[in-house]
Ligand binder design. Sequence first.
Ligand SMILES: Nc1ncnc2c1ncn2[C@@H]1O[C@H](COP(=O)(O)OP(=O)(O)OP(=O)(O)O)[C@@H](O)[C@H]1O
Ligand SMILES: [Mg+2]
Length: 628
Amino acid sequence: MQTEPMESNEGRTPQTKIDLALWRKLWVFAMRYKRWVWLLAFFAMSTGGFDAALPWVTKNVVDDLVNPALSPDLVTYGGIYLGLSLGLALSVFGFLSCGARLRTGVGHDIRQAGFEKLQELSFSYFDKRPVGWLMARMTSDCERLTNILVWGLLNIVWGSTIMFGVTIWMLIVDWRLALVMLCVVPVLAWVSSYFQKRILASSRIVRKTNSRITAAFNESIMGVRTTKSFVREDQNLSEFSGLAGEMHGASVRNALQSAVYLPIVMVIASLAYALTLGVGGQRVMNHVIPLGTLVMFLQYCRLFFDPAQELAQLFAEMQMAQASAERVVGLIEAEPEIRDSEAVQQQIERFRRRDVQAADLAVDGLPAAVGAIEFKNVSFEYKGGQKVLTDFNLKVNPGETIALVGQTGGGKSTILSLLSRFYEPTSGTIEIGGVDYRERSLNWLQSNLGVVLQAPQLFSGTLAENIRYGDLSASDEQIQAAAKLVGADEFIAELADGYDTEVGEGGNKLSTGQKQLISFARAILAAPQILVMDEATSSIDTETEGRIQKALGQVLDGRTSFVIAHRLSTIREAHRILVIEHGSIVESGTHGELLLQRGRYHALYTQQSLRENARDEREWRSSEPLAE
Ligand SMILES: Nc1ncnc2c1ncn2[C@@H]1O[C@H](COP(=O)(O)OP(=O)(O)OP(=O)(O)O)[C@@H](O)[C@H]1O
Ligand SMILES: [Mg+2]
């Protein structure tokens, strides 16, 4: 249920310091849109200016009105007032549209940076971070930060223009009355910071609970079949009710706090108003200031406390959003653990500059052909896990087909992940063509690698697009040929839209076996030098599988391949079969050799054959025509 284990900041009292270095990193994203930032600041300032200018017109009108010697030109004043109001309206329009544009741009860029990083990061990054957590980073955190960056900038510029301008102007006009009005500011500041922190803390709990509720919905929708078959509905429901209750409590608290805060601020503002009215009224009666000045001060009093509130809220929000900022910057700045080393990057650069076009050389200037692959004393453990491989040794010659079999959890998939450099050995080396693969280009290795997995990953789009993933330049004919080769064309032909059928998100409109066939076609199209198949045919019927085997035999003749299969009948033809147990090779040889040894493989194989024969016999009997 706990979907956000990485939120180490959640639940902690909010940080009271604003980490400027962190915000500056995000600010860089806004500065890509310098023009819009300046425009936004300009409009925010002019809005503040117009806001502050209107009471000044009122003051002049009032002063003229109460002076019997003058007859005020009301039409001119009306015109000025109208002009200023129009200016205000235009400024508001200006900052709203700039803000929206800036927000869209910055939001897009931050997401883009995060998305690019996700493509680049190594598998170990994802082992530690649940998908739900990453999704939240890319959606809600980004959204919050973008909002704060843009509307924060606006509020700061607008608010400080008004507060600063009004304060200076009031001090010039009548500094004593100005100080009387401003004496409530410290009280307001204290009350605001007290309440804002609490309001945001409870709204944070609301948000956190909300994301857990979303996760609970998600899990229960995804797992609806399992839930039903295990009759777990009641338990799930009670867990959910607990969450919903928590959410309710926090929401009520949040609403109450807001309900108390606003009236208090109103009282403080009214207090300032009353003080100004009292002291100012006295000064008017004593003829120290004209009536118009008092009216202007009273209007400024209203004008002053709006931005003060906004800024208090913004400041508290920034403290809270700092956790989001840390997470987003953390993701954007994460370094992939597996990448080309400095030396390799320089080597690639040097080779690129020499500008030699040789088909038999890779980007790093070393042979493009994948030679012999050798695991030398490889040990490996997942981060925070126990040792999976210890001093593992294996040499595979080019063109060899190696099958890995053995008990579940033995380390077969791990061996292939290491080979694919999804992970690197903790100690020892893996050499390709006699060179440690860490001294070669990562891109060279992975682009020569075809991987077909038990749970194949398809992407939203058509069948043809999913096959073309293997080779973007492939023609429709080549795609169809690849599909035909693996026997996928039969089921495709039965679909109304054929190759243009949409496969749905993650290919969920296809059966697992169909997905496996498509990912096979994709691998065949890419014609990689090394083919890695992890339980790739587990959901395909035996007949189709036989056809795929034959197809692979043709296409991958001369290429190195690694096959993991629990169904042993499928790997009989492998050049070498390795039985893996607890991360070591316990037996090795061809199918015939291993059967003769009468060891682990023999035991596994005979058990499976017995089971299969028994099943075949049952099926045969049930399909026998009844005796006439
Ligand atoms: N991402 C991971 N993080 C931590 N431990 C892992 C991870 N993947 C696998 N392991 C552990 O490594 C060991 C070997 O797993 P591996 O997947 O290599 O086994 P396998 O032989 O492929 O098993 P199976 O036949 O069930 O696919 C297991 O004990 C497993 O718990
Ligand atoms: Mg496995």
